[in-house]
Ligand binder design. Structure first.
Ligand code: AP5
Length: 297
């Protein structure tokens, strides 16, 4: 090295916008920004100059500076995915397929609550009153429950797939405060007339946890058919109440994730819906990996 000016290069994680490319054009000066240690995630890197060199005179300088690149040795961070949609839009069905392929930790607020109800805990008893009415269970029950599951080691290491959460601005605000920001927010779009039929025909296998529909996704064998159960809130009357709750909260929640929302047509057959989600997640992973690769090069 001819010159010994020493600069450190730090890596920050601007939030991923699925509608914009992740990397800067090659001929563009990389932005100089403040290093944020709490965001050592991905994908663009920025320069943090230890010398008294402003962005302006850095550009004007005729002397090519030499950079000391501090290699992080980090591997691409796992995916952090939120999936949302009206009741019976297919969130759980897609989560089964996504976790199978991407090995993410599936965290479903509804499942966590049903587990509390089944265990007969105080929280479960209280939650059931709201679930029966198709209303949101109060934050003091849900927020810490989800936060704790997100904080567990497997969620941190494998990445997470958050299903049916957040459903209100207060839940989204709490998640942001705890530092849980998604790479992507998938919204399944299905019109209401289809949703009621899906709810009424839904059945669950208590042994495998698999979701069926008597018409669209019938059980494979007589043995499975005989043991299927129905959720206590899967009636036409209750799903209409759940839809009202969903409709009154959805826009406010979407507005908090508008940079990372991807809308997917949930009326297609389930494998086609998955194929679209699969493409989106594969591309996102590739971008994460190539951004990291270009740093290492
Ligand atoms: P939750 O359990 O989350 O229920 P939900 O949001 O109403 O969603 P569902 O589980 O009913 O539907 P889904 O989108 O997963 O559809 P699925 O894949 O099963 O919440 C229940 C309650 O808990 C709430 O009402 C609330 O009280 C409480 N709660 C939950 N989260 C909360 C929170 N964050 N804060 C406060 N309270 C909360 O599919 C449905 C059916 O359609 C199945 O039979 C399936 O086989 C079929 N199907 C799926 N995809 C397709 C397809 N592409 N084509 C044809 N059929 C399909």
């Amino acid at each position: 090295m001819a010159s010994c000016s020493c600069y450190s290069v730090n890596f920050t994680a601007p939030s991923f916008n699925p509608n914009k490319p992740l990397t800067s054009p090659p001929n563009q000066l990389l932005p100089i920004s403040r290093f944020s240690s709490s965001q050592s995630k991905l994908p663009l890197f920025s320069l943090h100059l230890n010398q008294n060199l402003s962005p302006t005179n850095f550009r004007k300088s005729r002397v090519a500076p030499t950079f000391l690149v501090v290699a992080s040795g980090e591997k691409a961070e796992p995916l952090r995915v939120m999936i949302s949609g009206a009741p019976a839009s297919g969130k759980g069905t897609q989560c089964e397929l996504i976790t199978k392929k991407y090995n993410l930790v599936h965290i479903a607020a509804g499942d966590l609550l049903r587990a509390e109800v089944a265990a007969g805990t105080e929280n479960g008893k209280r939650a059931k009153e709201f679930m029966e009415r198709g209303q949101l269970v109060p934050d003091e029950i849900v927020v810490m429950m989800v936060k704790e599951r997100l904080s567990e080691q497997d969620s941190q290491e494998k990445g997470w797939l958050l299903d049916g959460y957040p459903r209100s601005v207060s839940q989204a605000t709490a998640l942001k405060k705890f530092g849980f920001d998604p790479d992507i927010f998938i919204l399944l779009e299905v019109p209401e007339e289809i949703l009621v039929e899906r709810v009424v025909g839904r059945r669950l296998d208590p042994v495998t946890g698999k979701i069926y529909h008597l018409k669209y996704s019938p059980p494979e064998t007589e043995e499975i058919a005989a043991r299927l159960t129905q959720r206590f809130d899967d009636t036409e009357e209750k799903v209409k109440l759940r839809l009202l709750t969903h409709n009154s909260n959805v826009e406010a929640v979407l507005s908090m994730y508008e940079d990372v929302i991807v809308k997917v047509d949930g009326t297609l057959p389930k494998q086609e819906v998955f194929s679209k989600i699969d493409n989106i997640l594969t591309e996102l992973l590739e971008r994460k990996e190539s951004a990291l690769g270009s740093l290492a090069a």
